[in-house]
Design a protein. Structure first.
Length: 140
């Protein structure tokens, strides 16, 4: 049952962030600059830097997992099913809804609504994703 709750939590948080990051933030960011060309140029630099930092952490992830001593099969299953599947399904579900919401309201209203949705899912996770094994510790 915990895996189902994790799936629901990821669905309501990661998916919302992904839609925000792909659909809303680039447009909002570009509008902060005097010209669209300058905004797009700076956003391209920012996005490129983000990709390199993410690649660095993806390179380091196996070393961290081995140090913490996670069960490799479990962490792979949780990542593939819990994170990737819920992310893709959520993006499909939320992208058109968020796009429509942004069309009929403003950026501010859309951001507040998305934030409220994430808060609801976080509160849900506080009550459903509990560590029942209080003795479980990470080994150094």
């Amino acid at each position: 049952m915990v895996f189902t709750y994790l799936f629901i939590y990821l669905f309501g948080t990661v998916c919302i962030y992904t839609v925000y990051d792909q659909q809303l933030f680039p447009v909002y960011f570009v509008e902060l600059f005097p010209t669209e060309e300058e905004g797009n140029r700076i956003y391209g630099i920012l996005n490129s830097a983000q990709v390199f930092v993410e690649a660095l952490f993806l390179f380091l992830a196996p070393f961290i997992v081995n140090k913490v001593d996670f069960d490799v099969r479990l962490s792979a299953t949780v990542y593939l099913i819990g994170f990737k599947v819920s992310s893709e399904i959520g993006v499909i579900v939320f992208s058109s809804i968020v796009g429509r919401l942004n069309d009929v309201t403003s950026y501010e209203a859309t951001f507040y609504i998305l934030g409220a949705i994430v808060v609801i899912f976080v509160i849900f996770s506080i009550f459903t994703l509990k560590n029942n094994d209080r003795e479980q510790k990470f080994r150094p």
